[in-house]
Ligand binder design. Structure first.
Ligand SMILES: Cc1cc2nc3c(=O)[nH]c(=O)nc-3n(C[C@H](O)[C@H](O)[C@H](O)COP(=O)(O)OP(=O)(O)OC[C@H]3O[C@@H](n4cnc5c(N)ncnc54)[C@H](O)[C@@H]3O)c2cc1C
Ligand code: FES
Length: 264
């Protein structure tokens, strides 16, 4: 495992940059040393060339790190100035990226069947989690949610990785089951025996997933997202309240936590 606090600076060059769903961009960067070190659930802090008044790096999860090809794949929602400029970068343009940041998903030896629950842009680190489960020989089912069909992505990737059941939910019913990912998870937990649930998505969704898992007695890991200023444990911008009191930092203690560590 790469110990936390071992992030360092890498150069990157854009290989490919294209839309995959409404408002969602996939950027493939070449950064060979980073690609060799990243573990699913960790994140990178990307610099985007351009407006010098926009100095902060953008923290982003990744869905694939290919050590042989030297590439890292990021999917991100275009929500503001930084992600808009990142989405506009052309192949062969580049800058710097800091990583690997934070701690990865944990996969136990002999871990039982697992469920991956993701919503919106939370699909990105869940695809990386699926790759870890495949490598460890753990079978898994998936619940993928989006507001509407046009914003849905990741089901092809997760099916190709060998997910057993792939349940799609949309808030408006334009694809899959109408409703929330938590409705589908409740049905899965009632019908099967699971050893672990992994989740990433809107906080309200993860809170619901954590509650269902606690009620069912199934262990759960969550990947938290917070605004980040420094990205290395110095500013407290990214703190989340801890169940035991005090705070945990998403950038250094997370972004992956056991659900029961967090005061929801
Ligand atoms: C560990 C981690 C992993 C992340 N992984 C991904 C990912 O894989 N894909 C992805 O699309 N996004 C991810 N994010 C969120 C991403 O960093 C923000 O969307 C991005 O920084 C916005 O930058 P911007 O300059 O485009 O927007 P800004 O102009 O800075 O902000 C636009 C809007 O987004 C909100 N926002 C900005 N940063 C965050 C944040 N960190 N959390 C919640 N809201 C925010 C702002 O409040 C504002 O409303 C991750 C964040 C963290 C902390
Ligand atoms: S972003 Fe500064 S402490 Fe986490």
């Amino acid at each position: 495992m790469v110990p936390k606090g071992k992030a360092h600076l890498h150069d990157y060059v854009v290989v490919d940059n294209e839309g995959v769903a409404e408002g969602v961009q996939r950027l493939v960067m070449r950064a060979p040393a980073l690609a060799a070190e990243l573990m699913g659930g960790q994140f990178v802090n990307v610099a985007v060339p351009g407006d010098p008044s926009h100095l902060l790096r953008i923290p982003l999860a990744f869905s694939a790190a290919d050590a042989a090809a030297g590439t890292v794949e990021l999917e991100f929602a275009v929500v503001g100035e930084g992600t808009r400029r990142l989405a506009a970068m052309a192949p062969d343009q580049g800058a710097t990226v800091v990583g690997p940041c934070g701690n990865p998903w944990r996969v136990g030896e002999g871990q039982g069947r697992s469920v991956l629950v993701c919503g919106g842009i939370g699909v990105t680190p869940i695809v990386a989690c699926a790759r870890m489960l495949v490598a460890a020989g753990v079978v898994f089912d998936v619940v993928v949610g989006a507001g509407t069909a046009a914003k849905l992505w990741g089901t092809d990737e997760l099916e190709a990785l060998g997910a057993g059941r792939v349940v799609v939910t949309t808030d408006d019913g334009t694809a899959g089951r109408k409703g929330f990912t938590t409705d589908a998870l409740a049905d899965l937990l009632a019908s099967g025996s699971y050893g672990m649930v992994y989740t990433c998505g809107p906080e309200v969704m993860m809170r619901g997933v954590a509650r269902l898992c606690a009620e069912a007695g199934v262990a759960c890991q969550v990947s938290m997202e917070r605004m980040m200023t420094c990205g290395f444990g110095a500013c407290n911008t990214c703190n989340v309240p801890a169940a035991k009191g005090g705070y945990l930092s998403v950038c250094m203690d997370g972004p992956v936590f056991d659900a029961e560590e967090v005061a929801w």
